[in-house]
Design a protein around this ligand. Structure first.
Ligand SMILES: Cc1cc2nc3c(=O)[nH]c(=O)nc-3n(C[C@H](O)[C@H](O)[C@H](O)COP(=O)(O)OP(=O)(O)OC[C@H]3O[C@@H](n4cnc5c(N)ncnc54)[C@H](O)[C@@H]3O)c2cc1C
Length: 629
């Protein structure tokens, strides 16, 4: 620890993370900060040009309203999101993102992102809300704009610095601490406001891919619950911690299905060929009103497939060959045109994977799958925490000032949009809850909003935080405790992996994942859980928490893994406790509470919020307020 230099960075606004929402925050905050003589600092555990969920690229932008072109309204988007989340969404936040999202998409295009257009110059839509892109370099383009804005304003960006947690000064956030994963440097960032935007969480649950495929998942492995940990530890009120997301994707390489369902109009079937969405249609009555309105919520679509799997009708398949044939059929009387169309469709099918999930293309090649000839297996993935996609978990943040919403707060009579319940702590993207379906574009737009609001907050509350030298010394001790422990005890046994004095991060992660998988409704429990299972899971999580004090790290790489697992563990606990609190099943297909198997609109059409304060979790229900019917 003596070898680790302490670096103290003083700034006005600290942006933690370098993903879609953080890049949005940086672009906007850099502009307003420079104008007002303030300083912004951005810190990413990786390198923003290839970090976060969009690192590998995407094939579609999933939220584009087309408002100025008269294509859709923001009110329609509210209805769509609320319907998909079985009634549980913050209209105010969804509306606020929707009214800003198109401008983010137009900026992406201006910065160089190729968006597909038709012969009339109109964006090609994959579905009602999505636009198709050549997105291999999507993140590079968006990050470059953010980095340029930061550089031009003379602000600093710290790459490969892992943020461990918040620093508090009484009831306000005062910054963050972390360490460099490449140099022996311990960082203390002192800030007047913080945007905590470090994405969602993966590998909280045991993934399907173990052994030879260990680490593969739909959600990229880079995000490990750091935003949730940061906000929980700062004392922020959290919401929708029970709403995990389980996508159904091409099996084992997790290739996207959106283009297949929306663009290719493909069917998903059981091994016997029955289309579960049609065969099991009656089940949707049990989930009225949401089950009876189109589009059917993603969790219900999952659920119908899961019923087939439970009935032994698996594997499930995407009927790729049938879909391609159907699309080419209109050219069947012209062999040359037919051949040409088949070639285009075939290349679009591969391109979809090459844009964002190269490994799926590799798996298809390895399994001799020609999508135009043979159907391909799909399956429900393990659960993830991604409030910006179809999950809902995140912090409870203030709505915008101009909307008629009961959820507005700030300091005195000033409202600061996207501020958590902690003074000066803002979040967006996966970090803010109950506002799903923002995706990449909406996360960027929300990040821009949060960045601008944070600068407003600083201008009104321009006081330097108080962080004592003693506190810095304490945080440094805490940060490096796993390395100290390893050094102290490594000689105790001949095999460094087996030691009664410590636990290494990989073993710790396996233990967490086993608890979550078996007790909290993971893949091997067929996504089912119950009060008794959750209570037993909590007992085991409690013991895991005790052992978190025994984590050991041989080097900086392992130190990062230790902290990632601590972050995951807190996300896990918030999830288990919230599922326990909500005594109903509202999102079958995401999780099923076997002891309360029905939806209860009278008692549970509410947000469940939790706060961790003075060592205790406090839970409460919050009313769902509508801006539109
Ligand atoms: C597999 C997949 C497919 C998707 N497909 C689409 C799609 O087709 N279209 C679409 O529009 N959207 C899609 N999305 C959604 C989109 O990627 C997210 O909505 C968006 O990236 C969320 O932005 P964010 O800023 O919250 O998180 P991210 O973009 O994931 O950024 C998180 C950032 O935090 C950093 N970070 C994490 N932990 C720390 C730490 N401890 N210290 C410092 N930095 C840290 C990371 O390095 C990263 O830079 C997809 C998401 C996934 C996972």
């Amino acid at each position: 620890m003596e070898n680790w230099e302490t670096v103290v960075v003083e700034t006005d606004l600290l942006i933690c993370g370098g993903g879609m929402s953080a890049c949005g925050a940086a672009v906007e905050a850099a502009y307003w900060a420079k104008k007002n003589g303030l300083k912004v600092t951005l810190v990413d555990k990786a390198v923003p040009t290839r970090s976060g969920a969009v690192a590998m690229g995407l094939s579609a932008i999933n939220e584009y309203i087309g408002y100025s072109k008269g294509e859709n309204t923001c009110e329609d988007y509210i209805r769509y999101v609320r319907q998909d989340l079985m009634g549980i969404a913050r209209d105010d936040l969804v509306f606020n993102i929707a009214r800003h999202v198109d401008s983010s998409v137009h900026l992406f295009e201006k910065w160089g992102l190729p968006i597909w257009t038709d012969e009339n110059g109109k964006y090609v839509r994959e579905g009602r809300w999505q636009v198709m892109i050549n997105g291999e370099s999507y993140k590079v383009i968006v990050a470059e704009a953010a980095l340029n804005a930061m550089n031009e304003a003379g602000f600093e960006v710290y790459e490969r610095v892992f943020i461990c947690g918040p620093i508090m000064d009484g009831d306000r956030v005062a910054g963050a601490f972390g360490f460099s994963t490449r140099e022996n440097k311990f960082y203390v960032f002192k800030a007047k406001a913080v945007c905590a935007q470090m994405g969602g969480a993966v590998h909280v649950f045991r993934p399907r891919s173990v052994g030879e495929g260990l680490g593969r998942s739909w959600y990229p492995p880079f995000n490990s619950g750091s935003t949730a940990y940061f906000t929980i530890q700062a004392g922020a009120e959290m919401t929708c911690q029970e709403i995990r997301f389980i996508p159904v994707r091409f099996k084992d390489a997790y290739g996207p299905v959106g283009a297949w369902f929306l663009l290719f109009k493909s069917r998903a079937t059981s091994a016997e060929g029955g289309e579960y969405m049609a065969v099991r249609k009656d089940e949707l009555n049990n989930w009225a009103p949401y089950g009876l309105v189109k589009p059917i919520p993603a969790n219900l679509r999952n659920y119908l497939g899961m019923l087939d799997t439970d009935a032994g009708l698996g594997p499930l398949y995407m009927e790729t060959a049938e879909a391609i044939q159907k699309l080419a059929d209109e050219y069947k009387d012209d062999p040359k045109a037919f051949k040409k169309k088949m070639k285009v469709l075939e290349s679009e099918a591969w391109e979809d994977f090459l844009d964002m999930t190269v490994s799926q293309a590799i798996l298809w090649a390895a399994h001799n799958i020609y999508p135009e000839q043979k159907r391909s297996e799909i399956a429900a993935c393990e659960p993830y925490f991604i409030g910006s996609h179809s999950g809902g978990s995140g912090a409870w943040v203030s709505g915008p000032e101009d909307l008629d919403t009961p959820y507005k707060w700030g300091v005195g009579d000033k409202v600061y949009g996207n501020m958590t319940t902690v003074k000066g702590l803002f979040t967006a993207g996966d970090g803010s809850g109950a506002s799903s379906h923002k995706f990449s574009s909406g996360s960027h737009a929300e990040g821009r909003w949060a960045g601008k609001q944070a600068i407003r907050f600083i201008l009104d509350n321009n006081e330097a935080p108080n962080i004592s030298d003693d506190m810095i010394a304490e945080l440094k001790e805490k940060c490096f405790a796993p390395m100290k422990r390893f050094e102290e005890f490594k000689g105790f046994t001949t095999d460094p992996n087996i030691n009664p004095n410590y636990i290494r991060p990989m073993q710790f992660m396996f233990r967490l994942q086993k608890i979550m998988d078996e007790y909290a409704g993971g893949v091997s429990a067929a996504f089912k859980t119950s009060k008794a299972l959750l209570e037993r899971g909590l007992e085991l999580l409690d013991m895991l928490k005790e052992d978190a004090e025994k984590l050991a790290a041989e080097n900086a790489y392992e130190l990062e893994r230790c902290w990632e697992n601590v972050h995951r563990m807190w996300q896990a606990e918030a999830h288990v406790r919230t599922m326990l609190f909500r005594e109903e099943t509202r999102w079958p297909g995401y999780y099923f509470r076997a002891d309360t198997p029905k939806m209860d609109e009278d008692n549970w059409r509410v947000f469940v919020n939790c706060t961790y304060k003075d060592g205790e979790w406090v839970f409460e229900k919050k009313e769902v307020h509508h801006l539109v019917d």
